[in-house]
Design a protein around this ligand. Structure first.
Ligand SMILES: Cc1cc2nc3c(=O)[nH]c(=O)nc-3n(C[C@H](O)[C@H](O)[C@H](O)COP(=O)(O)OP(=O)(O)OC[C@H]3O[C@@H](n4cnc5c(N)ncnc54)[C@H](O)[C@@H]3O)c2cc1C
Length: 484
């Protein structure tokens, strides 16, 4: 097994040649910091709105070599969170967010098609399934709300959609209850119980998407500088000046899209914690996928707080991840945030529990990456006080679809253009703070360990000891939102 920070996707896609760093001073209409999906989609949407705009992207390393190029490739919306979003933001705002997020799932596929980027886009929907009696009922509130909405709109009550039906879900609503039998008809894992199916979800090859986006941006005239870490931002006559070792970019407005590294920036330090997620990828196993009956391309996740997520690839592999990696002190994103051998051993064991048919098959790649965890479980776009600059962060392991929507929103904000998405509740939400270090890492690590023990006990059919259960309940008691 190859343990490498970049993983299968970047190896399969092949990294494009490194672009030269910023060398000297430049002016731009918009300067974007960070060359992951959020930064690249922002640049894309700016150029879509203003084709002649001068857009500069400053990337510390290589575009798409962060989590954007090596995630699970789930493209999801917020349908499962709708009941919670309604409570937080009100009915209409929540519905507007969910509709925009659903649109985004399709927009990414349409973009790939239009631009000729073969990012293995497949709109197979998402199956969210319980793997322990303690998690039965996962997604049920969202399914019930969808059924009630359909009924009050005068439609037929929503019935459970059977496997094999179109993932467009025209007859199923945005979240559809699944019996254990229906879930296992989609993918016959012995641990799958009941769950829900979300039609508006897709999978992509994350690195092909990121590299394709970079290439199309270059073709549109964006100036992308790699190996160009932004080291500071200050007010300037033009608006803002962003410093790198090789020079400075001045622009009327800056967009900060640095994901987990946001936690190292003073005004955002107490707005997120950093954890990690790890993935293993098998050799091609088309026979196992066939045996599982997993031919619909569904992205699958379970009902845990530290969730498992799994999908197939176009070349017949199974990709399997776990969001249970360690927490980082401050915003340190290297080391065990990138590759953690102990966590990878656990992911591998969990893979075999989900799919015992894989016994004896090779795991070819294993890797991980940092996650920018928001205390509200929702990402946010905030204006940086005293600077004409916007920052996006807090995707909480769910940024592939949202980064496109955020890119569109950031572009509209940066250009001061009207777009209804700038009024969605993720723009400048009421701040929710996390405790300062070193309290934060001590508390977060304690809670993570308790959640790992609790969910392992539940999966073994038992219950956690009372101390573990008490610690695992702390986030909820403190008003921190750690599940969908
Ligand atoms: C293992 C793993 C699996 C995941 N699976 C999924 C999934 O299946 N579905 C999903 O929706 N989400 C998933 N995620 C989360 C998703 O990958 C992220 O939310 C998303 O990629 C965030 O995009 P981004 O552009 O904001 O951040 P990034 O991709 O991290 O890009 C930020 C960029 O900023 C650069 N940067 C940092 N500091 C500076 C600086 N000072 N100057 C210049 N550049 C800087 C970095 O080098 C990086 O390239 C996963 C994440 C991980 C780690």
């Amino acid at each position: 097994m190859l343990h490498d920070a970049h993983g299968f996707w970047i190896a399969e896609a092949g990294s494009p040649e490194l672009l030269p760093p910023l060398d000297g001073d430049r002016r731009a209409d918009v300067v974007v910091i960070g060359g992951g999906y959020t930064g690249l989609w922002t640049a894309w949407h700016v150029l879509a709105a203003e084709p002649d705009a001068e857009v500069v992207v400053l990337e510390a390393g290589r575009c798409g070599h962060g989590p954007s190029g090596r995630n699970g490739g789930f493209v999801t919306g917020v349908d499962l969170s709708l009941p919670a979003l309604r409570r937080e933001s009100g009915h209409d705002a929540a519905e507007a967010w969910a509709a925009a997020a659903r649109e985004t799932v399709d927009a990414i596929g349409a973009w790939c098609e239009r631009e000729g980027v073969d990012a293995w886009y497949r709109r197979g929907g998402e199956l969210v399934v319980s793997t322990a009696s303690a998690h039965d009922g996962v997604g049920a509130a969202a399914a019930a709300a969808a059924a009630a909405a359909a009924a009050s709109a005068g439609g037929e009550p929503v019935v459970a959609q059977s496997a094999g039906q179109s993932p467009a879900g025209a007859d199923g609503g945005p979240v559809v209850a699944q019996s254990a039998e229906q879930a296992r008809a989609r993918c016959d894992s012995p641990v799958f119980r009941s769950g829900v199916f979300v039609p508006a979800a897709a999978t992509v090859h994350p690195a092909r998407l990121a590299f394709g986006l970079r290439e199309r941006l270059l073709a549109r005239g964006a100036r992308v500088y790699e190996g160009s870490r932004a080291t500071g931002m200050r007010p300037a006559r033009e608006g803002v000046a962003v410093r790198t070792a090789g020079g400075e970019v001045r622009a009327p407005v800056a967009v900060l899209a640095v994901n987990a590294a946001s936690g190292g920036i003073a005004p955002l330090r107490d707005r997120l914690t950093v954890s990690s997620s790890h993935i293993v990828c098998t050799e091609p196993v088309p026979d196992v996928i066939e045996q599982l009956g997993w031919d619909g391309g569904e992205a699958i996740s379970d009902g845990r707080a530290l969730l498992h997520y799994t999908r197939t690839t176009r070349d017949g592999r199974i990709v399997f991840g776990w969001a249970g990696g360690r927490m980082a002190a401050g915003a340190r994103t290297g080391g065990r945030m990138e590759v953690d051998h102990r966590v990878i051993a656990q992911v591998r064991a969990d893979l075999l529990r989900f799919f015992p048919q894989l016994a004896g098959r090779r795991i070819e790649h294993a890797w991980g990456g940092p996650i920018d965890v928001s205390p509200t479980h929702r990402p946010a776009i905030v204006g940086l006080h005293g600077l004409p600059a916007w920052a996006a962060f807090g995707f909480t392991g769910n940024g592939v679809g949202p980064a496109h929507l955020f890119g569109r929103t950031l572009a509209a904000l940066a250009l001061d253009r009207r777009d209804p998405v700038t009024r969605l509740p993720f723009v400048d939400p009421p701040p929710r703070r996390v405790p300062p270090e070193p309290l934060r890492i001590a508390g977060a690590a304690l809670i993570r360990r308790a959640l790992v023990r609790k969910e392992a006990a539940e999966e073994a059919g038992g219950r956690p000891d009372p101390v573990t259960a008490g610690i695992a309940a702390l986030p909820r008691l403190l008003g921190l939102h750690i599940v969908r």
